[in-house]
Design a protein. Structure first.
Length: 265
């Protein structure tokens, strides 16, 4: 939180004073934490927001909260399991036929601390964090290509700094399974994917970022020891979402090169 409070003194509030009416945003993992805070900030500015969530009940509560707090009724809910490749692809194909899209925010993620396989036989962290992000983005690129000022923002983690890309063991089958390191490897993979997308798709602005350590349900459940040590110094969900929102809505963000990694201070 101290880093955020220090850096925020140099923020330009005008960057976020934008009217997003007529622009469409898709946020994965939007029913809690940074995803919900991001969706709420976009809704406050008049954007159309598509919430992509796995749990229908929690997502409906989040949708109602966003509508009530922002007065924005252009909030749409889609129930998708981001660890299921076929489900993601089918959703994206349907979405392309029914909606426009200006900004994709890949926020959904998980940190499973024991090696666990999905019904497709995929290691769950990789399936959600890397493969799910890759399939959704790839499937929606043609839709984004149609729009002016299209953007893709992926929520990575500073944890990726402890991992070099390892393409020889994507399913974490070798050696002792360490959920924290697997997550960090997935987050490094997201950074490399972003760099490659930026090279291949010049009409879309790509960025990947670390939101800073925030007090979110994911941190509390996946990193309980870290949370207990750091809970009094973590930033809020809104502070964690700040860079995502800036990358998604400000005109200043697209003045910077596509494909960069942003580290929340």
């Amino acid at each position: 939180r101290n880093g955020y409070e220090s850096a925020s003194k140099r923020f330009n509030p005008a960057d976020l004073e934008v009217n997003l009416a007529g622009r469409s945003f898709l946020v994965t993992g939007a029913n809690s934490g940074i995803g919900k805070a991001t969706a709420k900030e976009i809704a406050r500015r008049g954007g159309t927001v598509h919430l992509v969530c796995r749990n229908k009940e929690r997502a409906e509560v989040a949708k109602e909260e966003i509508e009530t707090e922002t007065g924005n009724q252009n909030i749409f809910l889609h129930v998708v399991d981001m660890s299921n490749p076929k489900e993601i692809w089918n959703f994206a194909e349907k979405f392309k036929n029914e909606h426009t899209l200006n900004v994709l925010i890949n926020n959904a993620g998980c940190m499973v601390n024991n090696r666990e396989l999905t019904e497709d036989g995929l290691e769950r962290n990789f399936a959600t964090n890397t493969l799910g992000t890759y399939i959704l983005t790839t499937a929606l690129l043609p839709l984004l290509e149609k729009e002016a000022d299209a953007r893709v923002i992926t929520v990575s983690s500073g944890g990726m700094l402890v991992q070099k890309l390892n393409i020889s063991d994507l399913q974490s089958e070798n050696g002792t399974f360490d959920g924290t390191m697997v997550y960090a490897q997935n987050k490094r993979q997201q950074v490399v994917l972003t760099e490659q997308w930026a090279k291949a798709h010049r009409n879309i602005h790509f960025s990947v970022m670390h939101p800073g350590w925030a007090d979110t349900p994911a941190v509390r459940s996946s990193m309980p020891d870290f949370y207990q040590r750091m809970k009094d110094t973590l930033r809020t969900e809104v502070q964690g979402a700040d860079t995502v929102v800036w990358l998604a809505v400000s005109s200043e963000a697209t003045q910077l090169p596509s494909g960069l990694f942003f580290q929340g201070k």
